[in-house]
Design a protein around this ligand. Structure first.
Ligand SMILES: Nc1ncnc2c1ncn2[C@@H]1O[C@H](COP(=O)(O)OP(=O)(O)OP(=O)(O)O)[C@@H](O)[C@H]1O
Ligand SMILES: [Mg+2]
Length: 373
């Protein structure tokens, strides 16, 4: 069997900060020294030299209490936060060590960075709260109209018809929310598995146009495709690529003025081409960039002549439930989940997403999908 490296070497290279703390007088909290700190601890805490007093390096009262408890009882744990440029959450684990030959008490201190886990937990909680709130609003309206119909509107046929139409719209909104939520969770479940099929993007554009073109035509909005020949083929999941197109085209049409035009341009190009500005004078933000942009991409650009989006709102567009305040989206109020779904699908495809917008002039969303991996 090959010889294992020294335990010292191993501890030195552990990614978590590890320290040994020794105490002379247990009753004197200032009598604690750091007698060992591995590389991670030295980098994190900028420990001047081994033998430094503990309080000169770590000041959090909860942590200091846990150290004392560890020295007295052998084991302890504490969770605490630090507020630097970025707040961080830590868990301190204290484990007993034998006394030094000189009779000093010692304890092992391991710090664990739990910031990412905490942040995910917070995001999950926020998401649940938002989703419940979004569902509760139409539900409250439904309940209100049911009461009205049972009460004074019972014998008023005109009011009844009007209320039933509103109730149908609210029920439809709840159904859309639930569909979008389920869709989002399904996409997230296999976001780590890249799709393996091949998608004809030209055909996908035509599918979306024939499905929703007539709805937009009612408002006089025309969808104009500009597709390459031969058709562009991308590596992808057909249904999901259609979902991306559907969302981007629906948004563009929804925010277009009556009689406006939505342009859908598809081209095959190296990844760099997606980064080239396509709207002069517009604010531009990449909402998603592929980890390793290599080879060719199918670039899909959806442009409208709508109200545009203010620069400061661009970073929040793909957040769940985010809608630009004060923007009119017609009678069919969306869920605010559309662009979040788009971003997760494009991410699963290892592609990218860019938004360019100029207030009062219009918006262009660019989604690009790799042709091969
Ligand atoms: N083409 C666009 N022009 C202007 N604003 C847009 C456009 N696309 C998206 N937005 C803004 O981004 C927000 C989020 O879009 P998303 O597709 O995620 O929501 P939505 O489900 O379509 O909801 P909504 O009906 O409010 O648009 C929209 O509410 C809108 O404010
Ligand atoms: Mg939308």
């Amino acid at each position: 069997m090959p010889q294992a490296p020294d335990a010292d070497e191993i501890v030195e290279r552990l990614p978590d900060p590890v320290m040994v703390i020794a105490a002379g007088d247990l009753t004197d909290p200032s009598d604690r020294t750091i007698t060992f700190a591995n590389a991670a601890a030295q980098t994190l805490l900028r420990i001047p030299a081994e033998g430094a007093p503990l309080v000169s390096v770590l000041r959090h009262p909860r942590l200091l209490e846990a150290v004392d408890e560890g020295l007295a009882d052998g084991g302890a744990e504490a969770a605490y936060e630090t507020y630097g440029a970025q707040p961080r959450w830590w868990r301190a684990l204290l484990r007993p060590l034998p006394d030094t030959p000189g009779g000093l008490k010692q304890v092992l201190l391991i710090l664990r960075d739990e910031t990412d886990a905490r942040r995910n937990e917070r995001m999950r909680a926020d998401f649940l709260a938002n989703a419940s709130h979004e569902l509760r609003t139409p539900l409250a309206s439904l309940t209100g109209f049911v009461e009205t119909l049972q009460g004074h509107a019972k014998d008023d046929p005109a009011a009844r018809d009007r209320f039933l139409a509103i109730m149908a719209a609210q029920a439809g909104r709840m159904a859309r929310l639930i569909d979008d939520l389920l869709s989002l969770s399904r996409i997230e479940l296999n976001e780590h598995i890249p799709p393996s099929g091949e998608v004809d993007i030209n055909a996908a554009v035509h599918d979306v146009m024939s499905a929703s073109g007539p709805i937009h035509a009612q408002r006089g909005v025309k969808i104009t495709p500009n597709l390459p020949s031969p058709p562009a083929m991308a590596l992808g999941d057909r249904d999901q690529v259609v979902q991306v197109l559907q969302n981007l085209i629906d948004n563009a049409a929804k925010y277009s003025p009556t009689g406006g035009e939505v342009r859908v341009e598809v081209l095959l190009a190296p990844a760099g081409a997606a980064a080239v500005p396509s709207r002069a004078g517009a604010a531009r933000l990449s909402l998603l960039t592929p980890d390793t942009p290599v080879g060719h991409y199918v670039i899909i650009r959806v442009s409208d002549d709508g109200p545009g989006i203010a620069r400061q709102n661009l970073p929040r567009l793909s957040e769940r439930f985010y809608r630009v305040e004060g923007q009119k989206s017609g009678e069919r109020l969306g869920t605010g989940l559309g662009l979040a779904i788009v971003k997760h699908i494009v991410n699963r495809h290892r592609g990218g997403l860019v938004v360019e917008s100029a207030e009062g002039q219009g918006t262009t969303f660019t989604a690009y999908f790799p042709v091969t991996h």
